[in-house]
Design a protein around this ligand. Structure first.
Ligand SMILES: C[S@@+](CC[C@H](N)C(=O)[O-])C[C@H]1O[C@@H](n2cnc3c(N)ncnc32)[C@H](O)[C@@H]1O
Ligand code: SF4
Length: 358
């Protein structure tokens, strides 16, 4: 197994926009969590020497560096393995960055989210700008592969503010940025507020302005868009996430983690305590039909703005005759054997997918 995802489901607080499998109440000790992770890993044949390992969450930077090291000692990464940790920029976590690095983490993905007080407050984040900038600078001085996550298109957010935030983030010279448009996710507090008209969101034209500004700005500063929300300096694309978008197999460990293994989708129990109490007995395994696999491959691959997806690999789920129309309208690049969205098409990805899916 070349790609391993490890999910730590706890956070200091639950953010009102987030629908990830994360909980503010720590219902498992770190020892129980590790015990569960290693049992799952053994159950899947104890694969070692993966090419990528991703500690995601939740907030895995709440783990002790010693516990990260313990897991890595079992997984035996090789000297080129990309080992990412998602971290929140609170002072408590920043103090541990050096020790995470010693434990074997070689790529840090820092959840900056916003770089003005209004934005952080709107998103219900626990950190302030000064603390966030300190975490970013510390991370830069420790990790040679560093990524920041930011969210744009927030309530009351302006493109001028966003430009300023991008400037601040770029001044720290990260290698990679994930820049997400705020999405209202089902079941979140934001969804409730949005439905009650308490959360104004930018209209489609303003969303398009944010998106265009982001692409132009990032490319001007030497970051290539390689996925619809991801930008990297040369050779700094996330190898782990590329594996998802290229529809490679991966093993997911931990509560609610997904895996794709030999045409099977596995989703582990979401609730941490139940996951631990029913380890291995309740694998939710679904065999994916060839059409389902092609559909997943299409949805993932179309997000890759440079390489797209091979037409041959998705031929049974796309309307071949619509493809030439979309090429003529300039939404797809004129490439014979791959489906790749054009610059104009990037913002219309959902429309393009609606048009081509059979
Ligand atoms: C697993 S989450 C976060 C990791 C870390 N706990 C944090 O909060 O920084 C990964 C990323 O998804 C993005 N994200 C989560 N919910 C989102 C939403 N509703 N809209 C847009 N981006 C979102 C955030 O940028 C976040 O950093
Ligand atoms: S955004 Fe991050 S910190 Fe906030 S609830 Fe989601 S996973 Fe936890």
């Amino acid at each position: 197994m070349k790609h391993i995802y490890i999910h730590y489901p706890f956070c200091l607080a639950k953010c009102p926009y987030c629908d990830f499998n994360s909980y503010a109440k720590e219902t498992l000790t770190q020892d129980m969590w590790i015990d569960g992770i290693l049992k799952e890993w053994c159950h899947h044949g104890a694969p070692q020497n993966p090419d990528t390992i991703f500690f995601g969450g939740g907030t895995p930077s709440l783990l002790s560096p010693h516990n990260i090291e313990k897991i890595l000692n079992h997984l035996q990464p090789h000297f080129l393995t990309e080992i990412t940790l998602e971290a929140n920029p609170t002072t408590f976590e920043t103090k541990k960055f050096q020790d995470f690095h010693h434990a074997g983490i070689n790529r840090l993905s820092l959840g900056v989210q916003a770089l003005n007080e209004k934005g952080l407050k709107n998103l219900g984040r626990e950190h302030h700008v000064k603390e966030t900038l300190h975490a970013m600078t510390q991370a830069r001085s420790i990790f040679s592969n560093l990524s920041f996550d930011l969210i744009y298109g927030r309530s009351y957010h302006t493109t001028d503010e966003w430009r300023e935030e991008l400037n601040m983030a770029l001044s720290i010279n990260p290698d990679h940025l994930s820049l997400y448009q705020l999405t209202i996710e089902e079941g979140t507090l934001f969804e409730k507020k949005f439905k009650n008209h308490q959360l104004p969101m930018p209209d489609l034209d303003v969303q398009a302005d944010f998106f265009e500004l982001t692409i132009n700005y990032m490319e001007r500063f030497g970051y290539d868009m390689y996925e619809i929300s991801n930008y990297a300096k040369k050779d700094h694309e996330s190898q782990h996430n590329l594996a998802y978008w290229r529809y490679k197999d991966y093993l997911g460990l931990g509560p609610g983690a997904h895996s794709r293994l030999d045409g099977r989708a596995i989703m582990r129990i979401k609730n941490p305590k139940q996951w631990y109490n029913q380890l291995l007995s309740q694998d939710d395994i679904t065999s994916l039909s060839s059409l389902e696999q092609q559909m997943e491959r299409l949805l993932m691959g179309m997000r890759l703005t440079k390489e797209g997806v091979s037409i041959h690999d998705v031929q049974n789920v796309v309307h071949m005759d619509k493809i030439s129309d979309l090429k003529n309208q300039g939404f797809l690049l004129n490439c014979e054997d791959r489906l790749i969205v054009s610059q104009k098409g990037r913002i219309f990805l959902n429309y393009i997918l609606q048009m081509i899916i059979v």
